[in-house]
Each structure stands twice: as structure tokens, then as C-alpha cells.
Design a protein around this ligand. Sequence first.
Ligand code: ATP
Ligand code: MG
Ligand code: FE
Length: 335
Amino acid sequence: QYILAIETSCDETAAAIIRNGTEIVSNIVASQIDSQKRFGGVVPEVASRHHVEQITIVIEEALEKANMQPSDLTAVAVTEGPGLVGALLIGINAAKAFAFAHGLPLIPVHHIAGHIYANALVEPMEFPLLALVVSGGHTELVLMKEHGSFEVIGETRDDAAGEAYDKVARVLNMPYPGGPHIDRLAQEAKEGIDFPRAWLEENSYDFSFSGLKSAVINYKHNMDQRGEEIDPQKVAKGFQDSVVEVLTTKTLRAAREFNVKQVIAAGGVSANKGLRTSLEQVFEKEQIPFIVPPLKLCTDNAAMIGAAASYMYVAGVRGDLAMNGLPGKELKSWI
Ligand code: ATP
Ligand code: MG
Ligand code: FE
């Protein structure tokens, strides 16, 4: 089984070919970070234009690197949502055209299911499984009892973790996307500022990062007023320690409550060194297997979409040519 997967939900134009849901045959990502940097974030019109320019090249490259013809493929998968609607539509239309031209089935994939299934490319999933999804637009704890079954047991009530990283980075005058820069500064720091932790109600698996973000902004503001320079390393470490402690603690509590056989991390923020180290240590001690994708599969890519699609294909999920971009699509089980 060979699946051609396409991902254009945000600012990477990506195509990949995945064999049997576990093996990457080719994985092409054309990033727009350089052109989005000067706007300090992703501008939807700029993203769409880039996708239009790149999509055909990226698909051809994925086939070329795999040394494959369209006739070798089993199906075409594409991110249906969530994401920027104009960006999604470029990938969806390319997938529809490709599927129609070559008589292949079409598989609509949820972007967050994709992030989760990046881990299936590392190791087989064991159920029940707990996924910590931390990305630019999402922060969720997802319980999976089998392939294609998703139960969101907690989520952010305001900012996503990645969003908080990017906003704090902007306060520290770091370029977009700020996550990797804060991560680096935090690693370099000897000590951090003491920022608050948002635990919420005692039994809640929900998250909140806007209070922490405000605390960082207020700290900078107060220092400015006093004419003092902030130490970016100390601020970065203080911020990261707060994020990592809350994410790790809630993930551990949920893993115990639901007696899971495996814990996985997914999404762009799972590339964070502080978070990876903290989760690895805690779950090693707890003796629950923990997996996290290699850095390249944490941020947006099409390999993860292909991995999810392989299992959807087996479960009989199919899209059709009436498929639309769903910018606010919720994570739903496919079984
Ligand atoms: P979503 O997946 O929720 O739709 P998205 O696709 O924009 O959102 P991803 O590409 O999964 O998000 O992740 C991008 C986010 O990951 C950005 O906010 C970026 O700052 C953050 N990020 C990337 N690397 C790191 C890192 N090392 N530390 C912290 N954050 C990071
Ligand atoms: Mg991105
Ligand atoms: Fe993403």
C-alpha cells in the first residue's frame, strides 16, 4: 500500500509517499518561513500564493524521490482541516485533480490526527494511548483506545502552547516562529524568572497560557519603566519552565488515571528540548513507554498525513470530489 499525502494547512507546502502506514518513502517540505518572517507571522494571502507556486513541484518531487509513477499508488490523502481555508483549498484541489486524473481514491485527513500519527512512523502504537498535542493552534490531551478513536480529555481555554511561545518570542524581539529561539535561550540560561503556573481546577486536564503570556509582558513592561534591561535567557527559561511543568504534570496524571500503555507527544512544540527531556524523564521513571517524533516530523509535514491516511484507508474512509476545506474541523473518530 502506497499513499501520496498532501499537506497545505498553514505555511508549509508538503507532499510525501508512505508505505503501509509505517515507512517514509519520500517526504518533501517547502517552508515559507523566510517570506513570512518579515510579517512576524503567517499572512493567509501570502501562504496561499506560496502553496499555488509550490504544490505541483512538491508533488512531482515526492514521486521522483520515491522513484514512483502515479500508477504505483494506492490512494491520495490530503489535509481537510483545520487550518487556513485558502491554504487548505490549494492542497485539496491538487489532491482531487490527482486522484481524478489517475483514478485513485481520495482520503480526507484531520491535521491533528496527522500530528498524532507522526508517531506511527517511529514505533507501532499501543492502546490505550495518551497523546499530548502541542502545536501552533492546539494544546490537547487525547485518549485513544484503538486506531481511529479520539477522545479529547483536556484542551487549552485560551492560547495554544505554540501561540504563547510565538507571542513571548515577539516580546523578546525574536523572529517568527519564536518557539525554537526561546527553546535555545532557555537551554543557555542558568536560572529563570519565577512566572506563574496555570493549574486550573484540581481535576481539570485543561490548559491556559494567556495568564503566563501576560505575566511575561508585564514583567518586560515593569522593567522598561524602571529603565532596566531584561535578560532574555532568564525570561525564556522562566517561561519555558512554567509551560513544561504544567504540560508534564497533567500528562502524567492523565496517563495514570487512564492506565495507558503508551504516551506520545505531537505537534510543533513537541520539538521543544525542554519538554522532550522532561517527558522522557518522567515516563522513564513511571515505566510507561514514551515516544516523540524526530524534529522534522514534529512540525507540519505530509508524511504524518500519509501515516494517518493509511489506517483510514484500511478502515474504509473515503472522500469525494465534493470535498471542501474545513478551517475549524474538530478531531473526530473515524471508526
Ligand atoms: P496546528 O497544528 O495547531 O494547526 P501549526 O500547524 O501552525 O498549528 P505546527 O507546525 O505543528 O503548528 O507547530 C508550529 C509551532 O511550533 C509554532 O508555534 C512554533 O513556534 C512551535 N515550535 C517549533 N519548534 C519549537 C521548539 N523547539 N520549542 C517550542 N515551540 C516550537
Ligand atoms: Mg507551520
Ligand atoms: Fe500543525
